[in-house]
Design a binder for this molecule. Structure first.
Ligand code: ATP
Ligand code: MG
Length: 570
C-alpha cells in the first residue's frame, strides 16, 4: 500500500470523547470513528488489525477441532422465552418487532439458537463431540458503553459452543479451548492472566476468564503472589473468620446520632472505627425485600447475594421501597427487630462483631453494643462481601493483591442448562435419551484489538505486537522530492511486498517529521528510512518501534533480515 492511495485520517489533537488510552490512540491513528455511543466504524488500518486477530482466532479454533458456521444476528423472541432468558437479559437486550408485531432481538449471544439447531439435527451419541463456532457481531445495550472498543454496544465476538455426551467429554472440550485460548493470546502478543470467574447471566458451572492486565481494565482481579491463585473479584471467596474475640457483651444502648446517615458519619460522630459499625444494605431481589448486613469497612458483593438468592434481578431499594416494603423510615436502618419483617442475610464476618453500632430503625438514632444472637437474628450467614487486598488467599493463606484487567475471553461449562430446556437430546450408547452436555467459549475480538493497545503504547503512540500490526514495515524516504531516494523507496517497498512482508510506503508530500510522528502514532513495528547516504553506501536505516533500536542494514539484505526477525518474534 502507498500512503497516497490509503485512507488513514490521523489526528494531531486528542479527541475530547476519548476516555481511555486505546480509545484515544485508535481515533488519533485513524483506525476508528464513533457513529453513536458504543457504536463505531473500524477504518481500514484498524480493519487490517481486526482481520489479523480473526485469522489467528480461526486458525486456533480449527486446530482445536472447531467448525465454523454463521448464525443470524436477528433472533426470534420465542426461543429466548423458552430458555427463560428473555426476562433475565432485561434492558441490555436490543429488542425489535417486525411488521407483524412479532418480537425479535439483536443477539447478545447465541446459546439458544445453536442449542436449538444442534438439538434438531443431532440425534445420536455417535455424532458427538461437536464444536461449532462463528465470528460475528453481538449487540448489548450496555448501561455504560465506554472506552471505545473495550465496551461497545455493538462488538465482534468469536463464540464457540461444544456439545458432548457427558461431563467427561465436556472436560476434554473445555481443555481444548483452554489451550486454544492460551495460544491465541500468545500469538496476538498479549500477556494474559487466567482467573476463576462467576458464571453470570449465562449460568452453569466452572468458568475461567482470560484477562489482559491493564490499569484501565474494568475487571478487578484478586491474585496471590505466593501461589497461582487468581480470581475475578466478582467471584473471589473471602476467608471465614476463626474464633469470636473474647469480648464481654455490653448492655444495648440507644443513642442520638442526628443527621448521620453514612457509616463514615456515624463512625466519626461516635468516635469509633468504621469496622465497628454494622452496615445494612436494603435490596429488592426479584421484587422481594432483603437486607444484607456487613461490617462498616466492607462492601457487599451483590453477585454473591444474587447467587445465594438465585435471584434474576437484584436492585438497591429506593426510599419509596424502603417505606413500603421494609416498613422503615429512610436512613438509620438496622438489624434489631428486622428479621421478623424481612429476610436478613449477614456476611460471615458480622457474626463475631462484638458491641457493634447499628441503626435503630428510627430517624437520628443508633444502637451501641449490638451483638448477634442477643439483639438480632439473621436468616443466614454466608460469604457476601467483596474480597480485598490483604485478605488471606483461599488456597495458601498468604495475603492476596488486587489488580485491574480487561476480560478478553471467557470459558464456561454450561452442562445441560440449555439442552434440557430447549430439548437438545441424544440417544446414548444404551439407547437412553439424555440431554447433551454443553460448554460455551467467547473471545471479544474488537475488545482484544483495543486491549492490545492498552498493553502496548508509549507517549508517541501505539506499539503493536508484530503479528497483529496493521502493516509490519513503513518505508520513508527523507526527501520525497529526491528521485534517487523515492525510486529506491519504491523498489524496496515492492521487494518487501513480494517477499510477503506487510509493507506500506509513505509517499505523501509531507515533511519527514510529520511522517515519523505518524509512523510512531500508528505503531508500525519497523520504520525503514532512506536518505542521501542510502543511495551511495547502499545502507538503509531500520528503526524498531518497540525497543527504539536503530540499525544500518544493506538494502540488498533487507527482506531476508526483516522476515527472519518479524517471524521469529511472532
Ligand atoms: P463483561 O463482564 O466485560 O461485560 P461479559 O462477561 O458479559 O463481559 P461474555 O458474555 O463472557 O462477556 O462475552 C464474551 C466476550 O465478549 C468477553 O470476554 C469480552 O471479551 C467480549 N465482550 C463482552 N461484552 C463486550 C462489550 N460490551 N464490548 C466489547 N466486547 C465485549
Ligand atoms: Mg464474561
Amino acid at each position: 500500500m502507498r500512503a497516497t492511495e490509503a485512507f488513514i485520517p490521523t489526528l494531531r489533537e486528542i479527541p475530547a470523547e476519548a476516555d481511555t488510552i486505546s480509545h484515544q490512540l485508535l481515533l488519533r491513528a485513524g483506525m476508528l470513528r464513533k457513529v453513536a455511543a458504543g457504536i463505531y466504524s473500524i477504518l481500514p488500518l484498524g480493519h487490517r488489525v481486526l482481520l489479523k486477530i480473526e485469522r489467528i482466532v480461526r486458525e486456533e479454533m480449527n486446530r482445536a477441532g472447531g467448525i465454523e458456521l454463521l448464525m443470524p444476528i436477528i433472533q426470534p423472541a420465542e426461543i429466548w422465552q423458552q430458555s427463560g432468558r428473555w426476562d433475565v437479559y432485561g434492558p441490555e437486550m436490543f429488542r425489535l418487532k417486525d411488521r407483524h408485531e412479532r418480537g425479535f432481538c439483536l443477539g447478545p449471544t447465541h446459546e439458544e439458537l445453536i442449542t436449538d439447531l444442534v438439538g434438531q439435527e443431532i440425534k445420536s451419541y455417535r455424532q458427538l463431540p461437536l464444536l461449532l463456532y462463528q465470528i460475528q457481531n453481538k449487540y448489548r445495550d450496555e448501561r455504560r458503553p465506554r472506552f471505545g472498543l473495550l465496551r461497545g454496544r455493538e462488538f465482534i465476538m468469536k463464540d464457540l459452543y461444544s456439545f458432548d455426551i457427558d461431563e467427561q467429554g465436556l472436560e476434554i472440550s473445555y481443555g481444548k479451548m483452554y489451550t486454544a485460548y492460551s495460544r491465541i493470546f500468545d500469538r496476538c502478543g498479549l500477556s494474559i492472566r487466567v482467573v476463576e470467574a462467576d458464571p453470570g447471566a449465562i449460568g452453569g458451572g466452572d468458568t475461567h476468564e482470560f484477562m489482559v492486565m491493564a490499569d484501565t481494565g474494568e475487571a478487578e482481579i484478586i491474585f496471590c503472589t505466593a501461589c497461582d491463585y487468581a480470581a475475578d473479584i466478582e467471584k473471589a471467596p473471602c476467608p471465614v473468620d476463626g474464633q469470636p474475640a473474647a469480648i464481654e457483651k455490653q448492655p444495648l444502648e440507644r443513642v442520638r446520632t442526628p443527621g448521620t446517615r453514612t457509616v463514615e458519619e456515624v463512625a466519626k460522630y461516635l468516635g469509633i472505627p468504621a469496622m465497628q459499625v454494622l452496615k445494612i444494605m436494603l435490596y429488592l431481589a426479584d421484587g422481594e425485600p432483603v437486607a444484607v448486613l456487613i461490617r462498616g469497612d466492607r462492601s457487599v458483593n451483590e453477585i454473591k447475594v444474587q447467587n445465594y438468592l438465585q435471584a434474576i434481578r437484584l436492585e438497591i431499594a429506593n426510599a419509596e421501597d424502603v417505606a413500603a416494603k421494609f416498613g422503615l423510615p429512610p436512613g438509620f436502618a438496622g438489624p434489631v427487630g428486622l428479621q421478623s419483617q424481612v429476610r436478613v442475610l449477614a456476611d460471615n464476618e458480622v457474626r463475631h462483631l462484638a458491641n457493634g453500632v447499628a441503626g435503630a430503625n428510627e430517624p437520628d438514632h443508633h444502637y451501641r453494643n449490638v451483638n448477634y444472637g442477643r439483639d438480632y437474628q439473621v436468616y443466614a450467614f454466608d460469604d457476601f462481601r467483596v474480597a480485598r487486598e490483604g485478605d488471606a488467599c483461599p488456597k495458601c493463606g498468604q495475603p492476596v493483591q488486587l489488580r485491574r484487567g480487561i476480560e478478553v475471553g471467557q470459558l464456561f461449562k454450561l452442562g445441560t442448562k440449555y439442552s434440557k430446556v430447549l430439548g437438545a437430546t441424544i440417544l446414548d450408547e444404551g439407547g437412553k435419551e439424555v440431554p447433551m452436555v454443553m460448554g460455551c467459549y467467547g473471545i471479544g475480538v474488537t475488545r482484544t484489538l483495543a486491549a492490545a493497545v492498552e498493553q502496548g503504547h508509549d507517549k508517541d503512540g501505539i506499539i503493536w505486537p508484530y503479528s497483529i500490526a496493521p502493516y509490519e514495515v513503513v518505508v520513508i524516504p527523507v526527501s520525497q522530492r529526491d528521485a534517487l531516494q523515492t525510486n529506491l523507496a519504491e523498489a524496496l517497498y515492492q521487494q518487501l511486498f513480494a517477499s510477503g512482508i506487510d509493507a506500506i510506503y509513505d509517499n505523501r508530500a509531507e515533511r519527514t517529521g510529520v511522517k515519523f510522528k505518524d509512523a510512531d502514532l500508528i505503531g508500525y513495528p519497523v520504520r525503514v528510512v532512506i536518505n542521501d547516504g542510502s543511495v551511495v553506501d547502499r545502507l538503509v536505516e531500520v528503526k524498531w518501534r518497540n525497543t527504539g533500536n536503530v540499525e544500518k542494514i544493506p538494502y540488498a539484505d533487507l527482506c531476508t533480515y526483516l522476515r527472519s526477525k518479524l517471524v521469529s518474534n511472532n
